[in-house]
Write a protein that binds this ligand. Sequence first.
Ligand code: IMP
Ligand code: MG
Length: 177
Amino acid sequence: MNSQASPKILFNQQEIETAVKKLAAEITEDYQDKNPLLIGVLKGAFVFMADLIRLLDFHLEIEFIRLSSYGQGRITPGELKVEQGILSQIRDREVLIVEDIVDTGYSAAFLLDYLGKEKPASLKFCALTDKPSRRKVPVNIEYRGLTVPDKFLVGYGLDCDEKFRNLPYIGYLESRD
Ligand code: IMP
Ligand code: MG
């Protein structure tokens, strides 16, 4: 990898594992015997989702949903579209949205509103990381992993222009933001 672009480590593998285990314990407490539907938000949440579900020792189902903005850069309200529908599966299910990061909150607020219209039995939100300093709209995050500073994070699924998702740690890029 280009050393010039090496991110600074914010959370190493062990710190991430500890956070994921804690979330898995909380989710187990609330969802075992409920056969929940976990909906991962692509692409960023796929690494977290893969680690999380292997710590959940009860029946569950998974789906993925993808949001994309029409333009380049950060998502703003009105620029969201859902590319992959899973709406028919939601009614009367215990649904848990699984995200990599909540930044402005626009994506999370949109998803909660959008999926909530399909009448799930319950709808909650799990985020591995939370950047509260950037919040523009309030979001209820029932399962929160790591609170992070206002830096652009990469690794463990998180990308910068599609790069760095494969890093086993979460780091930040100093040149961005
Ligand atoms: P929000 O709608 O502003 O809360 O942003 C949510 C989405 O933006 C996340 O699911 C990420 O895909 C992306 N995002 C926000 N902050 C970061 C970051 O620091 N690194 C990588 N992606 C980010
Ligand atoms: Mg995301």
